[in-house]
Design a protein around this ligand. Structure first.
Ligand SMILES: C[S@@+](CC[C@H](N)C(=O)[O-])C[C@H]1O[C@@H](n2cnc3c(N)ncnc32)[C@H](O)[C@@H]1O
Length: 343
């Protein structure tokens, strides 16, 4: 319970969080205890919450480019009691759903942004904050699941207080609203005392496919809701370009150890512009000026179970996990498969 994020997130990695915790612990045995765990695509932040709660890392830092999401985490961290009271005052009705869908803040610091995020996330189909997704139960509010079915205020109260506790204890140190690359650059600038080998960046970018419909900040240049949800690198279009930008950075300029999760799409491992390489490939200048190492990139597949339309409808799909943590950090069991190897 104490690990649970107050946000339901499309693509949430709560199922992967225990494995990520094991991998980070494994890395710590070789490299020393991580001083910081950074989640630059935070979303529901399930991995960071688990690591902070279990004390596996000294500190976690969250960032997301979506102002709604970033503001939610900022208020939950610094002002949990206000958010808890405000949540209890909020009726969970279709009228309020329409209100929040139409509401825009007059200033970007408004704490009500956190209420909007929490409300829409817990009452909208699949937790989708933006776009065309409707309220749980539909406009007719008929069927087994109605608008308030995921809005258990007592449970959410505990989860919100837990975020506040982590922040007060200094285990959640900050929440930023930034593009992922600015986050990684600014960690180096604001925390120059960190030992690069003991900082882990966990990147969980929007899916290669489908992300346009799920997130307010997808990698879709059309604003996130383009009709073509097949985000692909074919033809190196703009959507693909965002994924290439992440890959290029991680292969050549990342000074911190990194862990990356993606939907399992074959081109991720076959394209040299993505992750076909077996190790990082910085040039001489990047090595000399940035101190980038040529860490090996270890690749694994993990089977994820997720619910599809109701608690009893479970589906399975593979998630790709890539990391520059030493291969000996990875648990040796059948949860992790080498891509291409027969299962
Ligand atoms: C796959 S979700 C992360 C899910 C998260 N790992 C979890 O367990 O809930 C991707 C997140 O990246 C954010 N995002 C999209 N583009 C971004 C960018 N350029 N920089 C930072 N965050 C971005 C989206 O707002 C979204 O919250």
């Amino acid at each position: 319970m104490r690990y649970l994020s107050p946000l339901r997130y499309p693509g949430a990695k709560s199922g992967l969080a225990p494995l990520i915790a094991e991998i980070v612990k494994g890395g710590a045995r070789v490299l020393g205890r991580p001083q910081m765990f950074v989640e630059p695509f935070a979303g529901g932040a399930s991995a960071a919450l688990r690591l902070a709660a279990d004390g596996i890392v000294d500190r976690v830092l969250l960032a997301d480019a979506d102002p709604l999401v970033a503001r939610f985490w900022q208020v939950a961290a610094a002002d949990p009691e206000w958010l808890v009271d405000r949540m209890h005052d909020e009726p969970v009705t279709l009228e309020r759903w329409d209100y929040w869908r139409g509401w825009t803040p007059k200033n970007i610091d408004d704490r009500e942004i956190a209420v909007k995020c929490l409300f829409l996330n817990r009452t909208t189909f699949s937790g989708i904050l933006h776009g065309r997704a409707g309220p749980i139960g539909g406009r007719a509010q008929s069927g087994p699941y109605l608008i308030e079915c995921r809005f258990n205020k007592e449970g959410l109260e505990r989860r919100l207080r837990f975020i506040g506790d982590l922040y007060r204890a200094g285990r959640l140190i900050d929440v930023w609203c930034k593009d992922w690359e600015a986050t990684l650059a600014d960690v180096a600038e604001y925390y120059p005392q960190l030992v690069p080998d003991r900082v882990i960046a966990y990147l969980d970018p929007p899916y290669l496919r489908k992300s346009a419909k799920l997130y307010g900040r997808s990698f879709d240049p059309l604003g996130g809701y383009g009709t073509n949800s097949r985000a692909t690198t074919e033809g190196w279009g703009m959507k693909g370009w965002q994924h290439l930008r992440v890959a290029e950075y991680l292969r050549r300029r990342a000074t911190y150890r990194w862990l990356l999760s993606y939907d399992d799409e074959p081109e991720l491992l076959t394209s040299p512009a993505l992750y076909a390489a077996g190790r990082m490939t910085p040039n001489a200048e990047e090595k000399a000026l940035l101190g980038v190492k040529e860490w090996r990139i270890t690749k694994r597949l993990v089977e994820m179970r997720y619910s599809a339309g109701g608690p009893r409808a479970q589906r399975r799909r593979d998630e790709l996990l890539l990391t520059t943590l030493p291969p000996s950090s990875l648990p040796l069991d059948d949860r992790l498969r080498t891509p291409g190897a027969a299962s």
